[in-house]
Design a protein around this ligand. Sequence first.
Ligand SMILES: C[S@@+](CC[C@H](N)C(=O)[O-])C[C@H]1O[C@@H](n2cnc3c(N)ncnc32)[C@H](O)[C@@H]1O
Length: 267
Amino acid sequence: MSGDNIDSQEFQLSDENYELFRAYFGDDDREAIFQHVSEIREKALKVFRFYIVQKFKLLRMKTHPFYPSLLDLNKKRKDLKVLDLGCCFGADLRKLIIDGFPGNNLVGLDISSEFIELGYDLFKDRDGPMKFIVADILSEEWSDKVADLEFDVIYLGSFLHLFTREEQDKILSRVCQLLKPNGVLFGRNLGSTSMDAPSFHSEHLDKDMFLPTADMFTKSLSDLGFGDVDVTAVSKDQLEDFQGGNDAMPGRPFLIYTAVKNADSKN
Ligand SMILES: C[S@@+](CC[C@H](N)C(=O)[O-])C[C@H]1O[C@@H](n2cnc3c(N)ncnc32)[C@H](O)[C@@H]1O
């Protein structure tokens, strides 16, 4: 997740980001959008030097294979509640609004109040209908932070791989508790091939990370009470957001997954 060489690159507004802000603001002034986005990106880099912040590749959820089904579900059920856990700026949630979701059905959650505040600045929607929660999913206060909330769909984007195996088990159990019966979990995180050691120490984050194989991750989800588990290991060179980017963990695939909470799950 380090991105040293990106620091020296001049920031450019990608066509994808232009289209995102053009659609969200309803204003097609490219230079004004560039100035606004550059300014917020500079502020964001002072908060945390995640690779994704440096590159400012904001949208990822839309590339997940479940995304078209999510849009279809929203057309059928106007009460579909979605949580983006580890939402960072919440750009994927704003894209859901562009794609037809009512904002008041969307919740973003992140440990960092700075990211959430920067998201409001970036999208100029502090008074909008979306709910954002600042919380640490591993904390003692978790149940108070999410009291009375439950979701039909939860997204974990580039999130689980930041944690150890024990932390991941706790997170997945808490995620399962937040899902309604038959609710859908979808996401992506770094994993391993059968040739790699699943434990990894990130110097950049100064953290031990657990990167399971697709089989290990499938078993964890099944043991927790998920059915219809579909985990696919995809090499990073096949992922849109790693084209031209650096790769701090060469060879490690992303696990792209969906799973459905069993109606009789004990969680
Ligand atoms: C790598 S970013 C992924 C952002 C986004 N989901 C994406 O796919 O681009 C991980 C996010 O998880 C948040 N995060 C890290 N630890 C957390 C925790 N314990 N509880 C809640 N959020 C956390 C970080 O602040 C960061 O915004």
